[in-house]
Write a protein that binds this ligand. Structure first.
Ligand SMILES: [Zn+2]
Length: 564
């Protein structure tokens, strides 16, 4: 049985899909069903599905959907059935489906469009969600498109908070509307803040805080209590505890999204931050979407993945997509013959074939890792190295022949070694177990619809950002001041990742252990060689290609110096 993008195909259909895939690429012939999700691209998979059914395949069509056709459809039914009406052409209703074997589209649409003949085309499951969400976002979650309350029990006993349904209780409705809006605008965080005279919320989208939306001050205590209740936390603690952490799950058109909640007491009340762990819009495949690295970077990354044992560290500030990249690497390394264990807080991207463990508290870390080491692992993903304990355990695992993937909070790749030293690890120990030091950033991508061409970089910018004379005549693009409808007036649309990779070869390891070279000198040497991907060069490459601008690059990379 193949599970793909949330759809399940029975054995008979699965074997037909495998047959179609192997005529396209013979290496797929031997692929086990549970590896299809990891090894076959969406376009390739859906093209095979379309071919078997003799239907055309359109990888992009969300933009062409006639929104009026959704007026008498329930978005939940469409989402569940993986279909959407697209347009009417003569006496035909064009319907996009992701699972052509499902009878649901005909059953559901035939009575709603009785005079039309249904003609189906195949598209990606993600396109169908996009089409449905685009329509739903025009008016916000209005009464007509919302369904009756439907709460499902989760294992932990915490119920999904359905944000796409109607509530009689106004506070529930308010929170549901805000959270649904956050998912639609692809916010990474929602902040609620009480200040002296205002109570407001704001979203963080693509790394930037959006304009504040004020809420009546009188609601601050009820909203606070509502959220604590949602997580089954006693509301009394809010007056005594300086910080409260929690988690809950919201359901967005039946798509569960984990929320990490953090509240701290402030002088005027509180500041609540809710992080949305919505991987729905992040493409976690190396080389695609957000992780569309250039060939040079991909090549070095593949080399890193071939390292048999040792520590691979991804550094970068919060929100730089470190764990997304590590998860994408894990997907690549995921094979039936390797035992992969992860220890995360929380689990962000569940992959079939990988054993995910979530850390309930910091105290669990040591016993969990010790138990891990006895569970015959090949590859271990440790969410983060944050103290001497986790640093020592990562080194111990590497010394005993395991591949360890982890993250650490440092701006530059070369600082990873110093960070381990600060935590109390001797330099020779980290120099001998660290195999690759990487740093990542997410850079905002210019909106392709409104970006503005410029003849070259002005003198002031060239001096501030250490750019040579050639940039004066290099045609580039900058973000439009007021943006357009496509980019919600921000001038940017999504983000892309760039990477810096410093491989610690045996020679480098030896030099570092003996103190013959400092990590910074290593970084400079690598930069001078100019072969390995680095943040500044990758950022400037995107700039040269017209994909981003200096404002976006300098927001995430210190561009005010150059070691060239
Ligand atoms: Zn735009």
């Amino acid at each position: 049985m193949i599970d793909y993008d949330g759809m399940s195909f029975n054995d008979l259909i699965s074997s037909r899909i495998m047959q179609a895939l192997s005529t396209h690429d013979p290496q797929f012939a031997e692929l086990p069903h549970d590896q299809v999700g990891n090894r076959v691209t969406r376009n390739c998979f859906m093209a095979a599905v379309a071919k078997i059914n003799g239907m055309p395949f359109f990888p992009k069509l969300a933009e062409f959907c006639d929104a009026t056709l959704h007026a008498n459809c329930d978005p939940t039914a469409l989402t569940r059935g993986f279909f959407t009406p697209v347009s009417i052409s003569g006496d035909k209703l064009i319907v996009a489906v992701a699972n052509p074997w499902s009878p649901l589209p005909d059953e559901y649409l035939a009575p709603r469009f009785p005079d039309l003949e249904i003609v189906k085309v195949v598209t990606l499951a993600g396109e169908i969600s996009r089409a449905i969400e685009a329509v739903a976002s025009n008016a916000g979650p209005s009464r007509s498109e919302l369904e009756a309350i439907d709460v499902e029990d989760l294992d932990e006993g915490i119920r999904d908070f359905d944000v796409t349904t109607d509530y009689d209780e106004p506070m529930a409705q308010l929170v549901a509307t805000i959270m649904a809006d956050a998912v639609k605008t692809r916010a990474s965080d929602v902040h609620f803040k009480v200040e002296k005279e205002v109570f407001y919320y704001t979203f963080r989208v693509d790394g930037d805080l959006q304009p504040k939306v004020e809420i009546p001050m009188k609601l601050k205590d009820r909203l606070d209590a509502f959220l604590l209740n949602l997580m089954k936390l006693p509301t009394e603690i809010r007056n005594t505890a300086p910080g409260i952490s929690g988690r809950f799950t919201i359901s967005y058109f039946h798509r569960p999204i984990d929320i990490r909640y953090e509240r701290h007491r402030t002088y005027r009340g509180y500041h609540v931050t809710m992080r949305l762990l919505d991987k729905g819009h992040i493409n976690v495949t190396l080389g695609k979407g957000t992780l569309a690295f250039d060939e040079e970077t991909l090549f070095e990354l593949y080399k890193v993945m071939k390292i048999p044992a040792g520590i691979i560290v991804m550094s970068g500030p919060t929100g730089s997509g470190k764990s997304t990249t590590l998860n994408a690497i894990l997907r690549e390394l995921n094979r039936p013959e390797v035992n992969i264990l992860t220890l995360e807080n929380p689990v962000e991207d569940e992959v079939a074939g990988i054993t995910h463990c979530d850390l309930k508290s910091a105290k669990e870390f040591k016993p969990m890792i010790s138990s891990f080491m006895r569970s015959d692992p090949d590859i271990i993903l440790m969410g983060e190295v944050r103290d001497i304990e986790s640093a020592e355990l990562a080194i111990e695992a590497a010394v005993t022949g395991h591949k360890v993937l982890t993250t650490i909070h440092t701006p530059r790749a070369s600082q990873i070694i110093e960070r381990f030293e600060q935590l109390g690890i001797e330099r020779w120990k980290i120099a001998q177990t660290l195999k690759a030091a990487c740093a990542q950033r997410l850079i905002k991508v210019l909106c392709p619809y409104c970006k503005e061409p410029t003849e070259g970089v002005g003198e002031k910018d060239r001096r501030v950002f250490c750019l040579d004379e050639s940039w004066a005549s290099t045609p580039v693009f900058t973000a439009s001041q007021n943006g357009c409808a496509e980019c919600r007036n921000t001038g940017y649309n999504g983000r892309t990742a760039i990477l810096e990779i410093i491989p610690i070869t045996p020679k480098v390891s030896d030099q570092l252990s003996k103190g013959e070279i400092s990590p910074y000198e290593l970084e400079v040497r690598i930069q001078e060689e100019g072969v390995l991907p680095n943040l500044r060069r990758s950022g400037l490459r995107l700039f040269r290609e017209g994909k981003t601008d200096l404002a976006a690059i300098s927001k995430v990379i210190d561009m005010t110096y150059s070691d060239d």
